[in-house]
Design a protein around this ligand. Sequence first.
Ligand code: SF4
Ligand code: SF4
Length: 375
Amino acid sequence: MAETFVPDPSERINKRLPMPYAAQFPDIIKRNYGKWVDRKFHGNGIIEHISESGESIFTVKVGLPPNSRISVDTLKKIIDVADSYGLKVVRATRGMNVEFITDSLDKAKKIVDVMKGYGFPAGGWENSLWHITSCTAYLTCSTFAVDAPSITKALYDYFMPYFTGEEKLPSKLDIFVSGCTNICAGTLAGDIVVVGHWGQAPKPDPEKIKFCLPTSAEALKKVTPDVAAVCPVNAIKLYAKEDGSVGIEVDDKRCIACGRCKNVCDYFDWDPDKIGVGVFVGGKTSNTGSGPRLAYRIVPWVPLNPPEYREVVAVVRKIVDVWKKNAEPGERIGDTIDRIGLEEFMRQVGVPKSRHNACIEVSWNFGVRQFIKYV
Ligand code: SF4
Ligand code: SF4
């Protein structure tokens, strides 16, 4: 029988990061590395990890502002809390929360209280809202269609009791908010995914743009203007007109409204009233239940009314209500949709089915299930 390989974290050589990652482990983690055998939820964002040695550590998950942007002052407070009550380490999570680790339930509760005092709630375990992950959009990005962090804030304001655990959900809930169809918030495989889009193909302004185009059909053969070159789906067509000048048009059927042309050309017009978000439901990356899958687009367009974004919040709230009403215990939204049927789910949400929200179900049949077949 082959000898079992037991990794020694201190021997791992990481050539990319500036230091061996194991150097930052607290002693209790080094002692119990790979020996965790159980876990226990204590509410309030606290989870206990129990080792076969009998030792325990406690993780406290705390929500951060949208896109996890925090000031140096806040960072100092977090460091102070980790230093005073924790094991002097923190972890930034994939869901844009921060996790403290400590070695007693009392200290974990203290971390919850102190962070709450600073305005940062703890939560996000078990059957609750685990996170609302937001891309940067207005904060730093140049291709946004909508202000994803502000929409995230509006959603968090309403759904906070689901994060803290005051209100229970049938299962875990992940929400992602992206400012445009590039979907940098992480995935289209979330329980609920809100995606900003322009809601239209752009319209070139022929009078202004003509000064930037090649001056003749001959010149057009030698150069492709940037505005056409950036289009990922070749929707921007340049053509020679009868009078020898060059024309430009956008093929509405090809355009995916990504907004890249907007980055390089000011002479493309966009109607601001058509900008909105689409809402996708029922995806997940986990291999539990029915396995990983992309979400269904069930609401193609929701208008934007900052700062409360009431329409967006109302749609997400309705989806959660329908899920709560129909779900069996432990069932993620996608599995509830599978059981009752997509059309029935949409009927209860109150969205008529149309060609705009035709199912974009993608067979995403990989993960462990895929590999098991070949073992
Ligand atoms: S999803 Fe769009 S708006 Fe958000 S960061 Fe990515 S490119 Fe920018
Ligand atoms: S919005 Fe995107 S897809 Fe549409 S024309 Fe511009 S670059 Fe092309």
